[in-house]
Write a protein that binds this ligand. Structure first.
Ligand SMILES: Cc1cc2nc3c(=O)[nH]c(=O)nc-3n(C[C@H](O)[C@H](O)[C@H](O)COP(=O)(O)O)c2cc1C
Length: 218
């Protein structure tokens, strides 16, 4: 399958087959997609809580109660559920931590480049801190790249998935003590295999026409 086919055959799974599990080696690839997802100035302002056992998925369903109850069966019946979280702060200690990781990974064969990278990152972080005043929103935007990356990746691996914004971040923050750890819940992604009866698997995709969404410059 080429990428266009994958984009058109992956779909948001509304009903998972609770008896089917993603093989460990495949899920390992999905974890690597999360880890290697790009982020502005390599800020990686994220953390992922993963539920695989029934008990863990039950805990995850703390986020899909009351008005979000329509999403609960997806969380309980998927093979794996990932809670995508964003950092709640990007401080100097974390920026030094990123730089140290880049150095350990061999990103600075020219030592002067380390200063350039540190200054470039500080420039963007400060822009979002002091000019746009949207640093939290900016970090959460990075986390949505993880979501996009794993949705396409899961499709390529033959794994079904649904992204879930219909959930209560505060309930999940409380369930996993996330705020105390410096993170906040952003969204869920449930992964597994569709049930035969999933109505959404049989519906055609609907997207706005190409001429409406693309501008081709001469
Ligand atoms: C950020 C985001 C949040 C979503 N939240 C939910 C959700 O809470 N429950 C659900 O069933 N589908 C959810 N969806 C699925 C969308 O409705 C779906 O992606 C869209 O209709 C396009 O269909 P497709 O994914 O099958 O191509 C969400 C999708 C995105 C990207």
């Amino acid at each position: 399958m080429n990428l266009s086919d994958i984009a058109q055959t992956r779909y948001s799974t509304k009903e998972f087959d609770a008896t089917k599990k993603i093989p460990a080696a495949l899920f390992e690839q999905i974890k690597q997609l999360l880890r290697f997802s790009p982020s502005s100035v390599n800020s990686q302002p994220w953390h992922f809580v993963i539920a695989e056992t029934d008990a863990a998925k039950k805990r995850m369903s703390a986020g899909t109660q009351e008005s979000f109850i329509f999403n609960e069966p997806k969380v309980l019946n998927a093979s794996h559920v990932i809670l995508l979280c964003a950092k709640t702060e990007i401080d100097e200690a974390y920026m030094a931590h990123l730089l140290a990781q880049e150095e350990a990974d061999g990103r600075f064969p020219d030592p002067a480049f380390k200063t350039t990278v540190a200054q470039g990152r500080a420039r963007f972080v400060n822009m979002h801190r002091y000019v746009f005043k949207d640093v939290q929103h900016w970090m959460e935007k990075q986390v949505y790249l993880n979501m996009g990356t794993i949705l396409l990746g899961a499709g390529a691996l033959g794994v079904d998935a649904v992204p879930i914004e219909g959930m209560d971040p505060q309930a999940l923050n409380a369930e996993f003590g996330l705020i105390e750890k410096g993170y906040t819940a952003v969204a869920l992604v449930a992964l597994g295999y569709r049930k035969e009866s999933d109505f959404n698997a049989r519906l055609p995709k609907s997207r706005l026409p190409e001429e409406e969404i693309f501008t081709l410059l001469d």
